[in-house]
Ligand binder design. Structure first.
Ligand SMILES: Nc1ncnc2c1ncn2[C@@H]1O[C@H](COP(=O)(O)OP(=O)(O)OP(=O)(O)O)[C@@H](O)[C@H]1O
Ligand SMILES: O=C(O)[C@H](O)[C@@H](O)[C@H](O)[C@H](O)CO
Length: 181
């Protein structure tokens, strides 16, 4: 994928202080890719999980999927992080599963500074990675529930969809190259 292809996916000029939103089901690589991307760019980084309420973490730890009602206050907290960075003209990278179109709209609506990226992959690949992951509260048996509610981004959402089958380095390099004027 060329930088022009990636920028075409976003469908608008690069903002002065971009906020890259890295999305995907649990285990798709949001934290790994997002953190390294922020490090490469020297930008602030926030992982969506740090914004979950203790009740949400407890539910997921107990193997109970979140509901829309559970997610809305969490999405609004992530949106506040985006807005604080926008007002301060500070670029950043933030993750969020963004499983449904409505969730993504909560974070991107009216915010051209947000450059959305979706890490797409098949269940078995992601399940293998989650199984090798140690000490995370989100268990592989919860993954099917993520795919059940997943609404993959439509073209009109202008999301850069990248295969999580790529290496972390290739994913990061692709976004960094797209962000270079
Ligand atoms: N592109 C990749 N290639 C190979 N392994 C990867 C890749 N991206 C992530 N991983 C590995 O897959 C596992 C899940 O990655 P990570 O925790 O970043 O996903 P996540 O989307 O943030 O998950 P969650 O939403 O549950 O926090 C980790 O063990 C990570 O090292
Ligand atoms: O939308 C959701 O169901 C949640 O965001 C989960 O995906 C967790 O936040 C995370 O992805 C797992 O650690």
């Amino acid at each position: 994928m060329t930088p022009d292809d990636a920028r075409a996916a976003w469908g608008r000029p690069l903002p002065a202080a971009p906020i890259v939103l890295v999305m995907g089901v649990a285990g798709s690589g949001k934290t790994t890719v997002g953190r390294l991307l922020a490090q490469e760019l020297g930008w602030d980084f926030a992982d969506a999980d740090q914004f979950h309420s203790p009740a949400n973490i407890a539910k997921m730890t107990a193997g109970i999927p979140l509901t829309d009602a559970d997610r809305m206050p969490w999405l609004r907290t992530i949106r506040t992080w985006i807005d604080v960075h926008h007002v301060a003209e500070r670029p950043g990278v933030v993750t969020c599963s963004g499983l449904r179109r409505a969730y993504r709209a909560e974070l991107t609506g009216g915010r051209p500074e947000v450059l959305p990226v979706f890490l797409d992959g098949d269940r078995d690949l992601i399940a293998r990675r989650m199984s090798a992951r140690i000490g995370h509260f989100f268990k592989p048996e919860m993954l099917d529930g993520q795919f059940r509610i997943l609404e993959r981004p439509a073209p009109d959402e202008h999301v850069l969809v990248l295969p999580t089958a790529w290496s972390v380095e290739k994913l990061v390099d692709t976004v960094v190259a797209a962000l270079r004027p």
